[in-house]
Design a protein around this ligand. Structure first.
Ligand code: KG4
Ligand code: ZN
Length: 315
């Protein structure tokens, strides 16, 4: 990796308690030119050293994606180099191969703000879905609980932080779908239970908030562990387990998953923290993996707000 630049727009969205699509698109337009210049400088390369250009082309909020994909297409057209349209989820799925010598296949738990799913990663472009959430994503649940506790956006890291001072046993929140034979998740009932509990408390003290955060996080961890053990049972021949996505940055969840892997004799592997939350390196790496297989895209590729992994190009 020659350069890794990130321009957060969290401050622009924070007053609204979540990402505002229009603000996100405009911020991309505004920030991208200077970010590209910064990356070239950091890498100490010039435009002519570029072999190919990759950009996220979906799934997600389409305004920002359009700005990124159009910029990448323009650079590729001007330099007459290949363009690679990268699926955001494939980016999360392959990043671990940028930092670790890990071969296919591996079992992946992708836990982000928009997705919660188990995939067997067989190869670039080849993913087998084992199970996932039937309602909210786990990151979304963290963000909603944070909102109920009047914490800033994005809430995941703040919930984790205050949970350190809390009692995980004070509140007994539900563990939806635990014990079920598949490896699906559901978090909406848990979210409602937390809301009802908050409404029952006369006034929310700092200690109450910490106890709610810790009890909520413990319930999430129990669900993740139970469902992961099920995924192990469904894919017994796979001995490498990878977690990725923003929620993988949570140290408490990570430690518990790591212990589970020790018990089940699975290798536990995760990308470094900075590559777990959304970043450009994961998209560049996926572009590189695709390029090596000759998988490039036409400049006519239309960015996709919805783009399931099973619809990826593999030839
Ligand atoms: O992968 P990501 O950066 O963006 C998406 O593709 O969604 O994930 C962002 C999500 C947010 O919901 C955020 O609250 C959550 O990851 N997150 C965390 C932590 N850090 C980020 N959740 C729990 N604990 C954390 N430390
Ligand atoms: Zn993501």
């Amino acid at each position: 990796m020659l350069a890794h630049c990130l321009q957060s727009q969290i401050a622009d969205h924070q007053p609204h308690g979540g990402v505002v699509p229009e603000i996100a698109a405009r911020a991309h337009l505004h920030l991208l030119p200077q970010l590209i210049k910064q990356a070239l400088k950091q890498a100490n390369i010039s435009w002519n050293d570029i072999t190919a250009v990759a950009a996220t082309a979906g799934p997600g909020l389409i305004g920002g994606i359009l700005v990124g994909a159009m910029t990448a297409k323009a650079i590729a057209a001007a330099l007459q180099k290949p363009f690679i349209a990268v699926n955001h989820l494939e980016g999360h799925a392959l990043t671990v191969r940028l930092t670790h010598a890990i071969n296919f296949p591996y079992l992946l738990l992708l836990v982000s703000g928009g997705h919660t799913q188990f995939l067997i990663v067989h190869d670039v472009g080849h993913y087998e879905y084992l199970g996932g959430t039937i309602d909210d994503a786990v990151g979304e649940a963290f963000d909603k609980i944070a909102q109920l506790l009047s914490l800033d956006y994005p809430g995941g890291p703040l919930v984790e932080k205050i949970a350190l001072k809390g009692d995980p046993q004070r509140f007994s929140f539900p563990r939806p779908l635990m014990g079920k034979p598949d490896c699906n998740f559901s978090f909406s009932g848990l979210k409602t239970a937390v809301r009802l509990q908050i409404e029952k408390l006369p006034a929310l003290t700092e200690q109450d908030k910490a106890d709610i955060a810790a009890s909520f996080q413990a319930a999430i961890a129990d669900c993740l562990l139970d469902r992961t053990a099920r995924a192990f049972a469904l894919a017994p021949h796979i001995d490498q387990f990878v977690i990725a996505g923003g929620v993988a940055a949570n140290a408490y969840l990570r430690e518990r998953l790591q212990k589970l892997c020790q018990e089940h004799r699975k290798d536990f592997i995760m990308p470094p923290m900075a590559l777990c939350t959304d970043n450009a390196a994961m998209i560049a790496w996926t572009g590189f993996e695709r390029l090596q297989k000759g998988l490039t895209d036409d400049l006519s590729f239309s960015p996709r707000p919805r783009w399931p992994l099973k619809e990826l190009s593999t030839s």
